[in-house]
Design a binder for this molecule. Structure first.
Ligand code: VG1
Ligand code: CO
Length: 580
C-alpha cells in the first residue's frame, strides 16, 4: 500500500468528554470527521506508541463501527503502526479491550500499546443515534487528561491526516492474520477471538467451580440481560459454556448494531424486561422471579445487580463486594490494597474502608482517575454510582466481573447449605450489610437534553450560592426546618496523589451535618444539549430504620435540592427524565 497525505480543516467540538468523544452517527459520518479525531490522537501520542507499535481497534459493535474500523486500520498503517489487533467482527467489550492490552501476547511476542474503543456505551445506537470513540493507554485504562487535552488541541489546528487509501478492506469476520507490505515494511491485521483472553482472565480471578455449583443448585435461579449489547458474547461463553447456566437464563444476548432500538443502560428504567422478570414491578409474569438478575450496558462495562424483587444500588454493591472480597474471591485472598469511589457515589464504601482499615480515595467522575491509583498499588476495588464496578485486574469498570463477584459472594455464603432448603439471598446479604455498617439511602435525578445555556446558568447559580454557608442554611431551613445544618459546601477539586495533577470544577457539593449530601454536576457523556445530574444521599445508622422505603426517606432532601437549585425555574422541567 501507499500513504496519502490528505488536507483537512478542523471541526468544532471534538473535545473528549468523561469517556471519549460521543456524537450522533451522522456527525461522525461527515467527511473527515472521524479521520481528524484519529489523526489528532496519533499526533497526541509519543512516537513509540505509534511507529512500529501494536494497537487494538474494536468496540461494542454499534452502527458505523465496521466502517470506522476499516478507516482506522488504513490510518494506522499510514501512520507507521506495525500491527492492528481486531476482535472478531470488530467486537470487544470495553473491559475486554483493557484485558487484551494488558494480557494478550501476539504470535510473534508483540504486546499492544493502546486501543481505539468504538462505543458510546449506554447511549442508544443506530443511524439516528450515537457513535463514540476513545483511546486507552498501555496500562489498559482511558487516556489521562493530559492526553485528551492534547487530542482536543490537535483537533483545533489539524491541517492534514495520513491514510493508506489503497489498502484493501480487511475481512474482520474471519480469525487470522493478514500481512501487507507498505513503505515502512510489513503491516499486520490480526483478527482474533473476542472472548478468550477475557475468559482466561476471569478464570484466574474467580473460583469457577464454586460458582458452577451455585448455578447448578435447584435453589438458585439466574437471569442475565445484555440489552442487545456486546456483553451477550461474553455472557454466553462464561455463564452458559463455562458455568453451566441454562441458555434460557440469557435475555437479549445477541449483540445488535442498534441494541434492538433500545437504550442499553442497565438501570430500573431501561432494563425493563429484566426488571419485570425479577418481580420489581407488577406484570403478567406468572413465574416465580429468579434469585439473581443482572444487566449490562452496550459496551459491557456497567452492571446492575438485582435480587428477587430487590434492587441493589451500585453504591451499596461496591461496598458489599469490598466487604466480602477477601473471603469470597480468590484474587483478593491476600487482602485489599485500598478502595476508591467517585465523588457522587454514596459513602457506603467509606464506612467499609474505615471498618476494615483500608486506604480510601474519593476521585472525580470517570474511570481514568482510578487507573493511577491502581498502577501505584493503592487500590484494589472501586466503583461509581452510575452502575460501574471494578478492580485492579484491568483499568476499566467491568460489568461481567461485577456479576461474577456477586455470584462468588453468594456461592461463599451458601457453601454449606446449598442443597438444603434455605438460600442466603441477595436481599439477605444487603440487609445484613446495612445492619452492620448502616445504610446510605441514595437516588440520582437526571435532567437529560436540557438547554445547554440553562444548565450552565443553574450550575453558576449553585457555585455562587455555595460560597456563603449562612445564606445556604437560611434558604434550606426555610424549605425544611427539620433537616440538619449544611456544614460544608464547595466545588469538588481533586489532586491526584500519584502524579499531583489537579482536576477542578468536578461538581458542587452540599454536605449536611449528619453525613447527608446533595451533589450537582453536568454530564460529560451526552451528545446533545446538556444533562444535569443531581445526586441525593442520606446516611442512617439506626438499624431499626435502615429498612425504610428509600424514596420516602429521601423525600425531604429531594424537596430541598429542587427548591434550592431552582431546578424548574432554570430548566423548565417539573420532573427528571430518569431516576436511578
Ligand atoms: C457517566 C457516569 C460516570 C461514568 C461515565 C462513563 O458520566 O456518570 O460515572 O464513568 O458515564 O461510563 P457523565 O459525565 O455523563 O456523568 V460509560 O459506561 O458511559 O463509559
Ligand atoms: Co459503558
Amino acid at each position: 500500500f501507499t500513504v496519502s497525505k490528505v488536507e483537512t480543516t478542523p471541526f468544532d467540538g471534538q473535545k473528549p468528554g468523561t469517556s471519549g468523544l460521543r456524537k450522533k452517527v451522522k456527525v461522525f459520518m461527515y467527511p473527515n470527521y472521524l479521520h481528524n479525531f484519529v489523526q489528532s490522537t496519533f499526533n497526541a501520542l509519543s512516537d513509540d506508541k505509534v511507529k512500529g507499535a501494536t494497537i487494538v481497534v474494536s468496540g461494542d459493535g454499534r452502527y458505523f463501527s465496521k466502517e470506522a474500523i476499516q478507516i482506522i486500520i488504513k490510518m494506522a498503517a499510514a501512520n507507521g503502526v506495525r500491527r492492528v489487533w481486531v476482535g472478531q467482527n470488530g467486537l470487544l467489550s470495553t473491559p475486554a479491550v483493557s484485558a487484551v492490552i494488558r494480557e494478550r501476547v501476539g504470535a510473534d511476542g508483540s504486546k499492544a500499546s493502546g486501543a481505539f474503543i468504538l462505543t458510546a456505551s449506554h447511549n442508544p445506537g443506530g443511524p439516528h443515534e450515537d457513535f463514540g470513540i476513545k483511546y486507552n493507554m498501555e496500562n489498559g485504562g482511558p487516556a489521562p487528561e493530559a492526553i485528551t487535552d492534547q487530542i482536543y488541541e490537535n483537533t483545533k489546528t489539524i491541517k492534514e491526516y495520513f491514510i493508506a487509501e489503497d489498502l484493501p478492506d480487511v475481512d474482520i469476520s474471519t480469525i487470522g492474520v493478514t500481512s501487507l507490505g507498505g513503505p515502512e515494511g510489513e503491516f499486520d491485521i490480526d483478527v482474533f477471538d473476542s472472548t478468550s483472553d477475557y475468559v482466561k482472565l476471569m478464570k484466574s480471578i474467580f473460583d469457577f467451580e464454586s460458582i458452577r455449583k451455585l448455578l447448578a443448585s435447584p435453589n438458585f435461579t439466574f437471569c442475565y440481560d445484555a440489552l442487545h449489547g456486546v456483553a451477550g458474547a461474553y455472557a454466553k461463553r462464561i455463564f452458559v459454556e463455562e458455568l453451566g447456566a441454562h441458555e434460557s437464563s440469557l435475555l437479549n444476548c445477541t449483540p445488535k448494531e442498534d441494541f434492538g432500538g433500545g437504550h442499553p443502560d442497565p438501570n430500573l428504567t431501561y432494563a425493563k424486561e429484566l426488571v419485570e422478570r425479577m418481580g420489581l414491578v407488577k406484570t403478567n409474569y406468572q413465574d416465580e422471579p429468579p434469585e439473581f438478575g443482572a444487566a449490562a450496558d452496550g459496551d459491557a462495562d456497567r452492571n446492575m445487580i438485582l435480587g428477587k424483587r430487590f434492587f441493589v444500588t451500585p453504591s451499596d454493591s461496591v461496598a458489599i463486594i469490598a466487604a466480602n472480597a477477601v473471603q469470597a474471591i480468590p484474587y483478593f485472598s491476600a487482602g485489599l490494597k485500598g478502595v476508591a469511589r467517585s465523588m457522587p457515589t454514596s459513602a457506603a464504601l467509606d464506612v467499609v474502608a474505615k471498618h476494615l482499615n483500608l486506604k480510601f480515595f474519593e476521585v472525580p467522575t470517570g474511570w481514568k482517575f482510578f487507573g493511577n491509583l491502581m498502577d501505584a498499588g493503592l487500590c484494589s476495588i472501586c466503583g461509581e454510582e452510575s452502575f460501574g464496578t471494578g478492580s485492579d485486574h484491568i483499568r476499566e469498570k467491568d460489568g461481567i466481573w461485577a456479576v461474577l463477584a456477586w455470584l462468588s459472594i453468594l456461592a461463599f455464603r451458601n457453601s454449606d447449605n446449598l442443597n438444603e432448603g434455605k438460600l442466603v439471598t441477595v436481599e439477605d446479604i444487603v440487609r445484613e450489610h446495612w445492619a452492620t455498617y448502616g445504610r446510605h439511602f441514595y437516588t440520582r435525578y437526571d435532567y437529560e437534553n436540557v438547554d445547554a445555556g440553562a444548565a450552565k446558568e443553574l450550575m453558576a447559580y449553585l457555585v455562587n450560592l455555595q460560597s456563603s454557608l449562612p445564606d445556604v442554611n437560611k434558604i434550606t431551613k426555610g424549605i425544611r426546618s427539620d433537616l440538619p445544618d449544611i456544614v460544608q459546601a464547595d466545588e469538588f477539586e481533586y489532586k491526584d496523589p500519584v502524579d499531583d495533577s489537579i482536576s477542578k470544577h468536578q461538581g458542587v457539593r452540599y454536605l449536611f451535618e449528619d453525613g447527608s449530601r446533595l451533589v450537582f454536576r453536568l454530564s460529560g457523556t451526552g451528545s446533545e444539549g446538556a444533562t444535569i445530574r443531581l445526586y441525593i444521599e442520606q446516611y442512617e445508622k439506626d438499624s431499626s430504620k435502615t429498612g425504610r422505603d428509600s424514596q420516602e426517606a429521601l423525600d425531604p432532601l429531594v424537596e430541598v435540592a429542587l427548591k434550592l437549585s431552582k431546578m424548574e425555574e432554570f430548566t423548565g422541567r417539573s420532573a427528571p427524565t430518569v431516576i436511578t
